[in-house]
Structure formats: structure tokens, C-alpha cells
Design a protein around this ligand. Structure first.
Ligand SMILES: *Cc1c(COP(=O)(O)O)cnc(C)c1O
Length: 373
């Protein structure tokens, strides 16, 4: 008796848990699109846990598709990649928790050095030689040493030979998302000046890298020896010039379904008032709505269209049948995905929230289970 009842009860009460599924084939496809745009090496940047998609999953897919380097913003992130068996060169920059020189050497992590102070510290700490990339500020004031401090940096690097080994020079483009090569010209020029100074100081050969996703896709003059691709791996081109493959699908169950009469106030503060009899479905996506923008903003930006959490925009297993009717509890809704049609993309959510796609994908809470397709 119980053996018959138990599975039935489990099937009846269990809903599909909110899940973000990373799609390695999409990551691979995005690497191939970058490959088609450049002959430079490709670094897969997997900071912020691979832009919310799982650093190891994204890195593994990108390396298998031809990325020869990995990029992170903390040596601890690099450790997790090494532990998963990834053996390609890794560069870490900004390093908010500081740099343990011993660990950098052990894990074979290259360190980007953006100031004389950081370099002095690294030289003092280094037992075994640490590979460094000198980070030039190419016009963003968000990391890197300005060109007028370059002579001091190079003097230090020379004095630290044997403890630090200069193997690269990096910059970062401040305006690549404009998709206009003219906006990059000043940074490209500065990058050349920085590189030439390094070579004149007797270092070399050095790997020079300046461009991220937008520069890689829109301006070959910025490519130098390597491009660093982060957002692009997961389907985001900040310049919005190229359509890339969305690399995740977020699914969640409908947890509540109700038929509201005209004039029903919906949500906090009555953010929406129904103007007709309306089927409302609540999707339990496992993260506070505020992190994706309020109902009010979504409604406003869709100028009266169905917002996804009204139920009419959700994609269920039998969507056609439910289009004008109730989307019942237990239906699996797609919050976003690369599917097109009625299924919103990450970019749609960013627009509704008055935000950027990066914030959407990195803002998904830990209550949302992660899987890899
Ligand atoms: C985040 C980051 C990248 C990757 O940028 P995307 O636009 O996400 O490709 C590249 N370089 C640096 C220095 C970064 O901080």
C-alpha cells in the first residue's frame, strides 16, 4: 500500500525547482564567433563566477572551444579553475583580496600589476618567480598605471628580475561599447606607447592585450596579441552589434495561479490594476524581484504588454493551450532563455529593469539551483 502511495504523493507535491542551466554549446558557439572576428589569442574571462553561469562550466566549455587563456579577478578564483583540472595560463587582475605570491607561483597564475606599490609588494613577497603583466591605464582610471608612471614601474620591474618576470602588457578600452573604432583610437595609441616602452626597457617578447568582447567584435585595431572575452562567452555583446548565443536557461515553477476580476490591484502598492478579467500566474523563480527591477518598471517599459510574471509571457509545456487561459500551478516557466519567440532573453530583462544584462545574470541568487546541460 505505502509503496504505491509514496511515489504518487511525491509527484503530486513536488514542483520543478528554480534552476539556471548553463549551456556549454552556446559558450562554444560564442568562442567560435569571436574566433571568426580575430586571429589573436582568446582569453576566456570568468570573473563573477563566469558572469553568474558558473566559472568552471564556462571556462571548461571555452577552453574546449579554443580559448587558450583564462582570466579572473582574484587568485582564489584561479585556484578553483586549477582544481577542476584546467591547465591553460590564467591571469588575475585587480585582486581585491591581495596577492599571495607563493600561491600565484604554485597555481601558475599570472598577476596583472597596476601600480608601483603592487609591484614593490610582489617583488618583496616573491620566493619563486611570479609572472606579471604590466597593467597600463588606457583611459579609464579603473585599474592600471598611467603612462607617466610607467618609467618607475619599469625601473622596479628591472630591479625585481628573478622574482618577477614580465610576460605581458594589458590595457582596457573605456569606450568599446560604442562600437566605433574612432572611440578606441586614443587607447590603442597609448597601448602601443606602453608596449614600446616595455620593449625598450629590455623586456620581451610580451603578450599585449587590450580588447574585451566589444573591441574584439567591432575593432580589429584593438586586438594586439590577445582579446579578453567575458560577457561575450555568455551571450552578451555590450556594443549590441553582434547577436551571440544566450548561454543559460532559467526555469521556475508557477507557484500560484488566480483568475482576477477587472479592477484587481496586483502586487506591492497595487503596482498594476487589471482592466479586464485576467489570469495571473506567479512564477517562483527563487530570487527577489527587486534584483531584476520592479513590476511597475517592467509594466511601464512594456507599455501595457503582458509582463512575464502576469503569466501570459511564460513558456509552459503546453503554451498554446494556456495562452488565453490560466497557466496552472506546477507549469514550468522559462524566466529567460535563448529560445526566442515568447521566451524573454537576458537582454529583455535588462531593458525592463532599466539595467544591463551583466547585472541580470550576476544577480541570480543562490536559491536558484545550478545545472549544466
Ligand atoms: C571584465 C573584464 C573583461 C571582460 O570584459 P567583457 O566586456 O565582459 O568581455 C576584460 N578585461 C578586463 C580588464 C575586465 O575587467
Amino acid at each position: 500500500m505505502t509503496t504505491v502511495l509514496a511515489p504518487q504523493r511525491a509527484t503530486f507535491s513536488r514542483l520543478h525547482a528554480p534552476t539556471l542551466c548553463t549551456l556549454p554549446t552556446a559558450v562554444a558557439e560564442n568562442v567560435h564567433r569571436v574566433r571568426a572576428a580575430t586571429t589573436a589569442r582568446i582569453m576566456a574571462v570568468v570573473k563573477a563566477d563566469g558572469y553568474g553561469h558558473g566559472a568552471v562550466a564556462v571556462a571548461t566549455a571555452a577552453v574546449a572551444a579554443g580559448a587558450g587563456w583564462l582570466g579572473v579577478t582574484d587568485v582564489g578564483e584561479a585556484r578553483a579553475l586549477r582544481e577542476s583540472g584546467l591547465s591553460v595560463p590564467i591571469l588575475s587582475w585587480l585582486n581585491p583580496s591581495g596577492v599571495d605570491a607563493e600561491e600565484a607561483a604554485t597555481q601558475r597564475v599570472d598577476i596583472a600589476v597596476g601600480s608601483a606599490e603592487e609591484l614593490r609588494q610582489l617583488i618583496a613577497d616573491a620566493g619563486r618567480p611570479v609572472r606579471v603583466h604590466l597593467h597600463l591605464d588606457t583611459g579609464m582610471a579603473r585599474g592600471g598605471s598611467p603612462l607617466d608612471e610607467w618609467p618607475e614601474l619599469l625601473r622596479l620591474a628591472r630591479s625585481g628580475r628573478g622574482r618577477v618576470e614580465v610576460v605581458g602588457v594589458m590595457g582596457h578600452l573605456p569606450r568599446a561599447d560604442e562600437g566605433d573604432p574612432a572611440a578606441n583610437a586614443a587607447a590603442v595609441l597609448r597601448m602601443r606607447q606602453g608596449r614600446d616602452a616595455v620593449l625598450r626597457a629590455g623586456f620581451g617578447p610580451v603578450l599585449v592585450h587590450l580588447a574585451a568582447t566589444s573591441g574584439a567584435l567591432t575593432d580589429p585595431a584593438t586586438h594586439f596579441g590577445m582579446v579578453r572575452i567575458g560577457a561575450g562567452l555568455v551571450g552578451i555583446d555590450p556594443s549590441e552589434r553582434t547577436v551571440l548565443a544566450g548561454a543559460s536557461r532559467w526555469t521556475a515553477p508557477v507557484v500560484h495561479s488566480v483568475l482576477a476580476s477587472p479592477g484587481t490591484a496586483v502586487g506591492y502598492g497595487g503596482a498594476h490594476v487589471t482592466d479586464r478579467e485576467t489570469h495571473l500566474s506567479v512564477v517562483g523563480w527563487g530570487t527577489p524581484t527587486a534584483s531584476l527591477g520592479s513590476w511597475r518598471r517592467m509594466r511601464a517599459s512594456r507599455s501595457g504588454d503582458a509582463a512575464p510574471d502576469r503569466g501570459e509571457g511564460v513558456d509552459g509545456p503546453d503554451r498554446r493551450r494556456h495562452r488565453r487561459g490560466a497557466v496552472p500551478r506546477g507549469t514550468v516557466a522559462t524566466v529567460f532563455g535563448p529560445d526566442g519567440g515568447a521566451v524573454p532573453a537576458v537582454q529583455d530583462w535588462a531593458r525592463w529593469a532599466g539595467s544591463i544584462p551583466h547585472t541580470v545574470v550576476t544577480g541570480i541568487g543562490t536559491r536558484v539551483q545550478r545545472s549544466v546541460a
